[in-house]
Structure formats: C-alpha cells, structure tokens
Design a protein around this ligand. Sequence first.
Ligand code: SF4
Ligand code: SF4
Ligand code: SF4
Ligand code: FES
Length: 580
Amino acid sequence: MKYCNVIIDNKEITVPEGTTILEAAKKININIPTLCYHPDLSIKANCRICSVEVKGKNKLVAACSTPIWDGAKIVTNSKLVRDMQKGVLELILANHPQDCLRCIRNGKCELQKLCEIFHISKSNLEDEVDALEVDSSSPSIVRDHRKCIKCNRCLEVCQESILSHAHRSIHYSITPAFERKLMDTLCVFCGQCSSVCPVGAIYEKDDTQKVWDAIHNKDKHVIVQIAPAVRVSIGDEFGMDAGKKVTGKLVAALRRIGFDKVFDTDFAADLTIMEESSELLYRIENGKTLPMITSCSPGWINFIEGNFEHLLKYLSTCKSPQQMFGAISKTYYPKIMNIDPSSIFTVSIMPCTAKKYEATRKEMNSSGFRDIDVVLTTREIARMIKSSCIDFEGIQEEEFDTPLGISTGAGVIFGATGGVMEAALRSVYEIATGMALNNLEFIGVRGLEGIKEASININGNTIKVAVAHGLDNAKKILEMIDKGKCDYTFIEIMCCPGGCIGGGGQPIGTTLEIKDKRIQSIYKVDEEMPIRKSHKNPAVLKLYEDFLGKPLGNLSHKLLHTNYNPKNKDYDFSQIYELN
Ligand code: SF4
Ligand code: SF4
Ligand code: SF4
Ligand code: FES
C-alpha cells in the first residue's frame, strides 16, 4: 500500500493513499464540520460545509470527497474557509424555519449544532421559507419538507425508493414521486430515513401525550412492554457507552414515570417461537407451503404486501411478538389479575416506527380490544424519561413484573438479525427430536452479512435455513423463490439493516459500529440467562396450561395468528388499516 505525507493546519501526518482529507484530519483530532456526510453512506458532497483550502490551488475543496495526495498542505481554519462555512449556514438558514425550540430535533440537530459553533443565530440574508404543508398522513413518520437541507441521505437509505429528486434550481426538493403523501405511497414506515436525517425534516410521529393522558387517567391500568433491542440502545440517549445493557434502569424509570406494570416483549418472543416452531413443523410434516418466512417485522410485512403479493402464502401466520403480547395483555392478563379488560391500556416501547403502523391495523383486535393502544419508539420514551427529570444513569436497577416479564435468552436475541432464526432452531430441534440440543449457538446466522445460511439435521433430514436483513436482501430471497431456485425450508427476514438493533426508532446517531456493539451486548445477555430456550419458559408454559391450551390450538389461532392482504394497486391504504 502507498502512503502519503501531508500537512494539515501545520501538523504532519502519514496516511494510506485514498484517505480523504476529512478522514486524515480526524486522525489528528482536527474536526472539519460536515452536514451531508454520514459515516455509513456514500459521499454526496453537496452541502460544501466541509470546504478547506489547499495551498497552491485557487479554489476550496470538499474535505469529505477529496482524497489526500502526497505533499498536500491543507488549511482548515483560514478566514476564507470560515467565511465559506458561515456563508453556507446562512444560505441554509435563509430557507429554514427558525423554530428550534419547538422542533423535535432540538438539541440533536446537526444544523443547530453548527450554527451554535459558528455563532449564527439568524441569517443575514432575506428569509424565504417555502410554504409547504407538513405531511403527517402516516401513523409512523412525519415529513416537514420546509426543514429539508437536501443532503440526500434519506434517498440512499430508503430501500423502497420512495423518495426522489424533484424540480430544479431553487425549487429542487426531495419528495415521494408526484409529491404524494407518504400514506399514498408504498412506504413501509421503517423510519430509516428519519434516523439518518441530520435535521428535523423527517421524524417519528410523537405519541407521548397519549401515554401521559392514560397514565394520568385513574380509570386506566397502564402496562408497558419493552422490546429486546431497546435495552441495549436507550443508554445512548443518556450519554452512556454504546451497546450498554440498561434493562434494570429502564424498568425502574418506567415505574417512576407511572406505569402500573412493566413487562417484557421477550416473554412474547418466547410465545412467538412456540407458535412459529409448531407452524414450521406442521408445514414440514403435512407437506404444506415451504419455505416458511418469519412475520415479526412489520416493515418487512408492508414490503411483501406492497410488492410481492403472490408470495404472501410463504409468510408464517404468527403475529409479531408486540401484537401477541397485546392480545395476551387484554385476555389472559386481566383474567389472572381480576381486572376489567376494557380498563387496560397497553403501551409498547419499540426500536421501530413501523410498529406504530402495525398496531393500527384493523385485524389486530382479536381479543375484542385493540391489541396495542400506543407504540413509542426508543427516542420517544427517552424524551418521557428526560421530561420526568429522572437520573437515568444513576437510577437503581429493578426487575420486570411477573408473569409477562419472565423470559429466556432466546427471547432477547430477537433484537438482532438472525436472532429469531436461532431462537426457533433451539426449539424446533428439541420439540421435533425430543433430544437436548447441546450447542445452542448458531454462529452461521449471526453478524451483519446481508444473507446468512445455516443447516440443522432433524431426525435424519437436513433443514436448510437463511437469514436476510434490509429490503435489498429481502428482494434477493424473494426473487430466488419466484424463480424456483430456493432450497431453504425456513427464512428469517427483517426490514432494517442489522435487525431491530438498527430500527428506525432507535437513538439518532446509530452507525454500523454502534449496531455491532448492540449485537454483541444482546448475545451477552442471552449467554447470562438461566434459561435460553423459549419452550422452557415457565410463564409461557403456564399460559398454555391455564389458558391457551396448546400451540396452534383454537384460542392460540384466534389470538396469536393473523392474515396478510395485498395492498390495493391504487395505494388505498385505508383498506388495510385505519388511523387511530
Ligand atoms: S420510512 Fe422507510 S420506506 Fe418510508 S420513506 Fe422512509 S426509509 Fe423509505
Ligand atoms: S429529508 Fe433529511 S435526510 Fe432527506 S434530504 Fe432532507 S435533510 Fe436530508
Ligand atoms: S427490523 Fe425491527 S425496527 Fe425494523 S421494521 Fe422490523 S421490527 Fe421494526
Ligand atoms: S459534508 Fe462535505 S460536502 Fe457536505
């Protein structure tokens, strides 16, 4: 490899050829401001805030896109550079609503941070903010185009290609085709666009007030479930180390906020494995449709319903753990607690914006009540904790309530890509063979590779399985099935890259490096659990014994399974769900 010797702001450094000026500067702790740049995305170089001077050249260059060369002398802090950077910010501000105090990204906005650094509180240019309507048509995502700084990050992360360029010059904008509202497109509501947006132009729909209202209503018994991926991510919101497990602190904080009971989605993940494993074995033994594909990621469900309706028969009929929890919270739970089910208000804390949409689907009410009343993302519950003035880092850890807080290691690994498959294989093997599985870890389905494979021998038959995350990888698997070239028996698909640890409702600033730390943390939690197989969860076994009967039984079918619908070609989403 060739190396380059360069000087940046009078400091010498040697870097491999191909390193950009931005990367080289970072190595010697020189921070160059950026806006369109994101460490996990391709270089866009359209905002020019990272402009720097190069000795011997008569124009500024973009540090994020310019590779360094041997002998280069770079200046990042000259008057020319500062004037350019301030000019870029003033130009953006001239066309940007100045309502930071009311903006959902207040304190977490990259533009706001740069304005603070450069002491810019107002543009010297004449303000001309476009009078565009805010799109809050979907139950998951809000788009405020007035705040868009046209960085193009969202375009790249949207694997459904919902967003595109429109118009030219000063009218240039990022918008769905024909300027449709998100609700009228095939948006899967994954929220990936909201997690990379540097400003408040795309964000999760805020449902926190609905939860405060329920908590303050003395006639409501308000319970909450925490998804597996949230316990290793919410610490980021409070300045803790990436991937730190904070389950006990989160449980304690939710009790301080006023929830009557704090439960665990991992319980419902174990329940999902009971139903899904039984469904897989039923399909194998009875020659029914294979491969079977998991159905616990609502972003993925939206995708297949919208784009591959002829393949819907391959989906497992199981509801997601969130919805299974909801159905049980409105039936079994009030029964054992002797509470009127109509007084129960069930809240989910999810890494996911698509779960907000899922909870509103018409069919998610088989108990006679809405399975789930409100879904909050990791970001929203962090806001509630902050506004309750709770010292999250210092709070004493507490345990989940029982019985819906009892879970296994198999339940927690649902939070990472490959986790549902691994949890299912642990149970499928033991249920089908009646023998103990010695090695519980299916390393082949772990990690961030796009499509992973593994196989397991069950009663002399080799079962080949696959795991895909991200919609581009999901498409590849579906095309294999379509062409008759798929020899998998069971497939796990998650919408978001990395699975739920990388969900669109996770703390802003999630990168590949952070996702990796969350995954390691999730597997560590699994390793430390006394029970690591879903079919050994004593609370789930009691639920079957006292209430449901057996997996795939009549009551299980009614409460825990569902059906999927092709999306109307005219994108009439109202046929599929109603807004609450
Ligand atoms: S929510 Fe997901 S599918 Fe919809 S626009 Fe954003 S990235 Fe694309
Ligand atoms: S919506 Fe956000 S991510 Fe997309 S182009 Fe605008 S500022 Fe960038
Ligand atoms: S992968 Fe997880 S966060 Fe993403 S849409 Fe699916 S359930 Fe939601
Ligand atoms: S960060 Fe370099 S051009 Fe935008």
